[in-house]
Design a protein around this ligand. Structure first.
Ligand code: IMP
Length: 429
């Protein structure tokens, strides 16, 4: 029985929440493997709306949730989120949630540095979520991160804080921001330790057992391939690898166990934060897509930039992300538009290319090359089979499949969980 990894194929916010929730109901274990509380999933289950940032979505379905070592964890944000969902009636405890003991922590100084640096960048801001994600990953690779397991060793914590503060206070002072006191941070961490340590364990062992027992594992990606720190629109990216390969290293399991890779893409395209967006629409159609698609960030509340579906970009995400099937979401947002455009490449220095270049100036200069299609007058909203779709909508989806070189295996036609057309069950490989 293969496992499934779900990743975003554009710049995030593709509607992963609904798809992951649907898959989670059929999985035994749900694993987060990268990112942190910069992610935001909204799950509607019956009367309840859950807003999750760090917790694996499967918890809502009563499945075992695992936070892997590839995630950066803000302990206060995590405990607040646990309290919030508990207040909504969800049972979250060490029996339902396990956290990798080697996962690095996000401390208040990381968020302070993230924000101070963004402020200092002025017009060149990346538009980060300001939650300390970048600085926390920097500390991880610089080998000075505080990890969950360190909370059990007060002496280790004190020593590590010395090194951390030497680095961070120097930077914060230079940026004119407030510095941090070792005693305050140490007291804070020691107070959090008894609340966090009961969740901590070497999760790779549990995942190994689950794999050997033939349990279904769902790897839940956050952000998306175009925000990947290597493969995205660098430097306008997040600080983790978001491709499916990260599910293995970010959870502690072999690459063969990752299973079927499902990429999620909207039927159009959105982006929050700054950075290149070749098919962006700054006209009335862009506003219409934003209004109809309710394009506001779950975490930041910021209005998302909107544009046409960029097949060249998604094709690139399919290739580098290892995507084997695509879940296309929010097709209904395009209902009634007389004409649709699909980005099929970029015009650069007089030539047409099918990939976004790596150099920032070239990225910003890439002019989209469009293919125009007729829209459809009927509604796709709530469709549950191909037969329910207007013929022109089917044509649009088929053209996307050809251009991105991956099959559309799932089509989501409204926020409701059951308004889904399934072409192929990802758990069946
Ligand atoms: P950071 O991850 O907070 O460092 O932000 C870096 C970039 O990634 C910014 O452009 C953010 O807007 C974007 N970003 C981070 N998390 C998400 C997400 O969950 N959805 C969409 N964009 C995100």
């Amino acid at each position: 029985m293969p496992n499934v990894a779900v990743i975003g194929a554009q710049w995030g916010d593709e509607g992963k929440g609904k798809v992951v929730d649907w898959l989670a109901s059929r999985a035994d274990v749900v694993v987060r493997f990268q990112g942190g509380h910069n992610a935001g999933h909204t799950l509607v289950v019956g009367e309840q709306t859950y807003k999750l940032s760090l917790l694996p979505s499967g918890l809502v379905r009563g499945k075992l949730g695992i936070i892997g070592n590839g995630v950066v964890i803000d302990p206060e944000a995590l405990l607040a989120e646990i309290d919030r969902v508990r207040a909504q009636g969800l049972a979250v405890g060490p029996d339902t949630l396990r956290i990798a003991d080697n996962a690095p922590l996000i401390l208040p100084l990381h968020a302070a540095l993230d924000r101070a640096r963004e402020a200092a960048r002025g017009a060149r801001q990346i538009g980060t979520t300001g939650r300390g994600i970048g600085p926390a990953y920097e500390d991880k690779v610089a080998r000075r991160a505080i990890r969950i397991a360190d909370l059990a060793e007060p002496d280790t914590l004190a020593d590590k804080l010395d090194e951390l503060l030497l680095h961070h206070n120097t930077l914060l002072r230079g940026l004119g921001a407030e510095t941090f006191e070792k005693r305050d941070l140490l007291d804070r961490l020691l107070a959090l330790a008894p609340q966090l340590l009961p969740f901590a364990e070497p999760v790779w062992e549990r995942l190994d057992e689950a794999r050997r027992a033939g349990r279904r594992i769902l790897f839940e990606g956050a952000q998306a391939v175009m925000l990947d720190v290597d493969h995205g629109t660098y430097p306008f990216v997040t600080s983790s690898n978001t491709v499916a390969a990260t599910a293995a290293s970010g959870a502690g399991i072999g690459p063969a166990a990752v299973g079927f890779v499902l990429g999620i893409a909207k039927a159009y395209c959105t982006r929050v934060g700054a950075g290149p967006f070749p098919t962006e629409l700054s006209d009335a159609t862009g506003t219409l897509l934003g209004d109809r698609g309710r394009e506001f960030g779950t975490v930041t509340g910021r209005r998302r930039r909107c544009g046409w579906f960029d097949a060249a970009l998604v094709r690139q995400a399919v290739k580098v992300g290892g995507i084997q099937g695509l879940a296309l979401t929010k097709l209904d947002v395009l209902d009634g538009l007389p004409e649709l455009k699909i980005g099929v490449g970029y015009r650069l220095d007089g030539a047409t290319v099918r990939r976004l270049p790596a150099a920032p100036r070239a990225q910003a200069a890439a002019e989209p090359v469009y293919e125009t299609m007729e829209g459809w007058s009927g509604s796709t909203r709530g469709a549950r089979s191909w037969a329910d779709l207007p013929a022109q909508a089917v044509k649009y989806v088929r053209r996307i499949e050809e251009l991105v070189e991956a099959p559309v295996t799932l089509l989501s036609t409204s926020p409701e969980r059951d308004d889904t057309i399934l072409m192929r069950d990802p758990f069946e490989g």
